[in-house]
Design a protein around this ligand. Structure first.
Ligand SMILES: CC(C)(COP(=O)(O)OP(=O)(O)OC[C@H]1O[C@@H](n2cnc3c(N)ncnc32)[C@H](O)[C@@H]1OP(=O)(O)O)[C@@H](O)C(=O)NCCC(=O)NCCS
Length: 153
């Protein structure tokens, strides 16, 4: 037996909600999405939420929006801390971007904390380009500056 872990990527279901809530709290401990927001996103747009599982345990998630015209947003991406650096974030982003492109999306935008070099490096490697007008001060409220990055197909 190799001991290699087999991670499985799939669309989310409403049963995944409490696990996505946990993953979001792990990914963004100081400002997770409120439970009710995640519940409403999953109920409204289930096909725009993907998860990655290690057996039965969810270890990552990505949230995007349905296209508005040909534009969508990535709203969140998080991988369980002990499993970071294994390619799972890249895998979830690739899954989500392929899903969006197949639905006619030509521009994908996201916001990222300007000091989050891990995420920014990942997004750059996928072709995202930073909005040169950013970072935007107080984008998410006092002290919560954000860089906007976009990928154009
Ligand atoms: C950002 C995050 C989702 C990346 O997921 P991950 O599974 O750890 O990333 P991957 O293993 O797929 O690595 C993807 C790329 O990220 C970059 N990266 C990963 N770990 C890194 C590190 N420690 N330092 C710098 N860059 C790093 C590399 O460019 C890497 O590409 P490579 O494998 O070709 O070298 C994860 O770190 C996380 O959940 N962070 C907390 C939540 C967060 O910041 N989300 C994004 C908010 S916009």
């Amino acid at each position: 037996m190799s001991g290699e872990r087999l991670f499985h990527t799939r669309a989310a279901t409403e049963e995944d909600l409490r696990h996505i809530v946990r993953l979001d709290e792990e990914a963004f401990p100081t400002a997770p999405y409120p439970y009710f927001v995640l519940r409403q996103l999953l109920a409204s747009f289930p096909e725009y939420v993907f998860v990655v599982a290690d057996g039965d345990v969810l270890v990552g998630y990505v949230l995007s929006t349905p296209p508005d015209g040909a534009r969508s947003w990535i709203l969140s991406l998080g991988i369980s801390p002990p499993l970071r650096g294994l390619g799972l974030g890249r895998r979830l982003m690739a899954t989500s971007l392929a899903h969006l492109r197949a639905r006619g999306v030509r521009r994908v935008t996201l916001s990222v904390e300007p000091g989050n070099t891990t995420a920014i490096t990942l997004y750059r490697s996928l072709g995202f380009v930073a909005d040169p007008a950013g970072p935007y001060p107080d984008y998410f409220g006092p002290g919560a500056d954000r860089l906007l990055m976009s990928l154009t197909a």
